[in-house]
Structures are given as structure tokens and as C-alpha cells.
Design a protein around this ligand. Structure first.
Ligand SMILES: Cc1cc2nc3c(=O)[nH]c(=O)nc-3n(C[C@H](O)[C@H](O)[C@H](O)COP(=O)(O)O)c2cc1C
Length: 190
């Protein structure tokens, strides 16, 4: 029997603030993926890559390697803080650096948003869904919003709220489930 190739997932952070909460939440998702058999995950911290403004040349070998990693990925996770009721300009710039036509086209994309406010990153996730759809990606249902994010992560990056941690880990499980069985088989009624 031919061994099944591992699922390749790329997880992309959308904040460059030192010790940002987006990466703290995204690391929980990545940890869950690392515990999942048959999955290879790559975490992208946006501070490690130069992202040229749209239409400008630039970007080094790291950018080319990133674009290639997205091309090769079976699934993508995009994570953004809510900034002024929208996705971060950092994440928008990352998406713009995936070209036109865009490298997210045809890719299943799981979405994670974090916000200081009590209503969470609802607007961010709605807008991100629209952008992903527009470029031909497949935004998955079950996006995760982390409200009051400063209250659920400690300085060391640990999630201190058990329920929220479970919810965040669920994003990883949902993506893997989708990649393995995009149209869930139905039990026969006969
Ligand atoms: C420029 C800016 C705009 C923000 N706008 C919002 C907002 O509209 N709603 C909200 O709940 N929090 C807002 N916040 C708070 C952030 O969502 C919160 O601090 C989050 O932790 C930032 O994510 P980061 O740590 O990953 O950068 C804003 C923060 C910044 C820096």
C-alpha cells in the first residue's frame, strides 16, 4: 500500500508587534497541529520576511520561499488582530504579496482573529472571509474569534482559559477534518 503523504499546512500571523497576541493564539493552533499525526505545519512570523508594497519590486529569498510554501500547502491558516474594525494592514500586505492572481486561490483557509474588545474579531473575520473568497480561496466555516485576548494569555504565551484554549485548538481540528474529508460521507439510511 502506498503511504499517504502528510497534509501540509501553513499558519500565517498578521501582527508584527513584539510579543503580539495574534502569534500567541496562533501558536496554540500550531501546537494542536503538531500533535496531529500525518500533518506537517509551518508557522510564519511576519517579522521574518520583507513584504514589499503592492506593485513594487523587492522581497528577498524569504519571500520567494514563503510564496512557494503557500503554493505547496494543502491548507492555510490566516490569523489577524482586529485593528480599527478590520484586518491588520500587515495581513493584507501578506495577501497582496501572494500575487494577482492570488496564491490563496483554491486553498482551504481557516481563520483566527483576536481582539481586545468584548465582541471579539467579528468584523475582522467577516472582512477576511470576503477577501479570501474574492481571490478564489475557500474560507472555511468555524472561524475562531478570541475576545478580550489580553485576559486569556499570560506573558509566557500560555492560554489561561481552558474553554478558550479548547475553542482555539478546535480550529486546527476543523481544518484537518476538512482536508481529509471535504464532503463528509453520509451514513446510508437504508
Ligand atoms: C491600531 C490598533 C487598532 C485597534 N483596533 C481595535 C478594534 O477595532 N477593536 C478591538 O477590539 N481592539 C482593537 N485593538 C486592540 C487589539 O485588537 C488588541 O490589542 C490585540 O491584542 C492586538 O493584537 P496583536 O497583539 O496581535 O497585535 C486595536 C489595537 C491597535 C494597535
Amino acid at each position: 500500500m502506498t503511504p499517504t503523504a502528510p497534509l501540509k499546512i501553513i499558519a500565517i500571523g498578521g501582527s508584527v508587534r513584539p510579543d503580539n497576541y495574534t502569534m500567541r493564539a496562533l501558536r496554540v493552533v500550531v501546537d494542536q497541529l503538531e500533535r496531529t499525526e500525518g500533518v506537517e505545519v509551518q508557522l510564519v512570523d511576519p517579522v521574518t520576511i520583507e513584504w514589499p508594497a503592492p506593485g513594487l519590486d523587492g522581497g528577498g529569498p524569504e519571500l520567494l520561499a514563503f510564496q512557494e510554501a503557500v503554493r505547496a500547502a494543502d491548507g492555510v491558516i490566516l490569523a489577524s488582530p482586529e485593528y480599527h474594525g478590520s484586518i491588520s494592514s500587515v495581513l493584507k500586505r501578506i495577501i497582496e504579496n501572494l500575487g494577482y492572481p492570488n496564491g490563496l486561490a483554491g486553498k482551504p483557509v481557516a481563520m483566527l482573529g483576536v481582539a481586545a474588545g468584548v465582541i471579539g474579531a467579528i468584523q475582522t473575520l467577516g472582512q477576511l472571509r470576503g477577501i479570501i473568497s474574492h481571490v478564489g480561496g475557500l474560507p472555511l466555516p468555524g472561524a475562531v474569534s478570541v475576545p478580550k485576548v489580553q485576559e486569556v494569555f499570560d506573558e509566557a504565551g500560555n492560554c489561561t482559559d481552558e474553554g478558550m484554549e479548547k475553542f482555539i485548538r478546535g480550529l486546527a481540528d476543523g481544518l484537518v477534518r476538512y482536508l481529509r474529508d471535504p464532503i463528509p460521507s453520509r451514513a446510508s439510511s437504508s
